[in-house]
Design a protein around this ligand. Structure first.
Ligand code: NAD
Length: 262
């Protein structure tokens, strides 16, 4: 890696091989930020994101790691330390839907454990390791700005009775945001939550028709699907330092879905 590359900020975006994570990585790269790309798959799953980021002139490197696994999380952070020597931004984006949507009376323990382990436990303990490293860096370099962004969902408050484990995992992310925001405020490390609505990605492909119909019915005030770039841009707005006296805030990226109407 070129020596001056260490002068650039570095962002870890979990689950950035495709979908929302890829767009977040891309938008951050456009800001001149080096990107630690992460996913569970082999290197070939990451080439598209790596190419897109490198085209923006930043250093992008793939770190294969399953964030639901303790050793894998520790390795991930150790390898980023070796490669980039710093981390300024963590975006907890990696997440999964239940393999099969099942009514709350039929939800299996296996599916519950899988979804919680990836969406909530993985994000929580990864944040714990990264937060400790950010604190160390802040003490050494007080002028640097550190930001953690958690990608939750409208499911953190809107009930889907056929995927309770997903809703619970996202509600947990909302509380996790507040907890870390309070703890890390001492070091002026900002923690935010970005709450997407329905975003067109591989995750929503299986339910595309259902949401197309809901869109026609007007459930979403802005009458279109959200795009991964919509979420990426919101993350950039948060990490650029335009909210210097705000932490623990929620940014809705949902076309106005969260507004209650009569
Ligand atoms: P996606 O399925 O297209 O991409 C998910 C990414 O996470 C992939 O890169 C995958 O490799 C990675 N991943 C999955 N499990 C992992 C693990 N254990 N360790 C490391 N990486 C892992 O999904 P998406 O639609 O881009 O969703 C991204 C995030 O946004 C998720 O947290 C999701 O819950 C959330 N979200 C999505 C929508 C939507 O409508 N698509 C809406 C609200 C919130």
């Amino acid at each position: 890696m070129k020596r001056d590359s260490y002068q650039r900020k570095c962002a870890l975006v979990t689950g950035s091989t495709r979908g929302i994570g890829q767009a977040i990585a891309m938008e951050l790269a456009k800001e001149g930020i080096n990107i630690a790309v992460n996913g569970r798959g082999t290197l070939d799953t990451a080439t598209q994101t790596l190419d897109m980021c490198r085209k923006e002139g930043v250093d992008a490197h793939y770190f294969q790691a399953d964030i639901s696994d303790t050793a894998s999380r520790e390795n991930l952070v150790r390898e980023i330390k070796e490669r980039f020597r710093r981390i300024d931004i963590l975006v907890n984006n990696a997440g999964v839907a239940p393999i099969e949507r099942k009514d709350i009376l039929e939800t299996t323990e296996r599916s519950f454990d899988r979804v919680i382990a990836i969406n909530l436990k993985g994000a929580f303990f990864l944040t714990q390791i990264v937060a400790k490293w950010m604190i160390e860096q802040k003490e050494k370099f007080p002028d640097r700005e550190f930001v953690i962004v958690n990608i939750s969902s409208v499911s953190s408050y809107a009930v889907s009775i056929n995927r309770p484990e997903y809703c619970i995992s996202k509600a947990g992310i909302s509380m996790m945001t507040k907890l870390f925001a309070i703890k890390l405020a001492t070091w002026d490390i900002k923690v935010y939550e970005v709450r997407p609505g329905i975003i067109l990605t591989d995750m929503t492909q299986p339910v595309k028709e259902k949401y197309d119909k809901m869109l026609k019915e007007g459930i979403f005030p802005i009458k279109r699907w959200g795009t991964p770039e919509d979420v990426g841009k919101a993350v950039v707005a948060l990490v650029k330092g335009f909210y210097p006296y705000s932490t623990g805030d929620i940014i809705n990226v949902d076309g106005g879905f969260h507004i209650r109407r009569l």
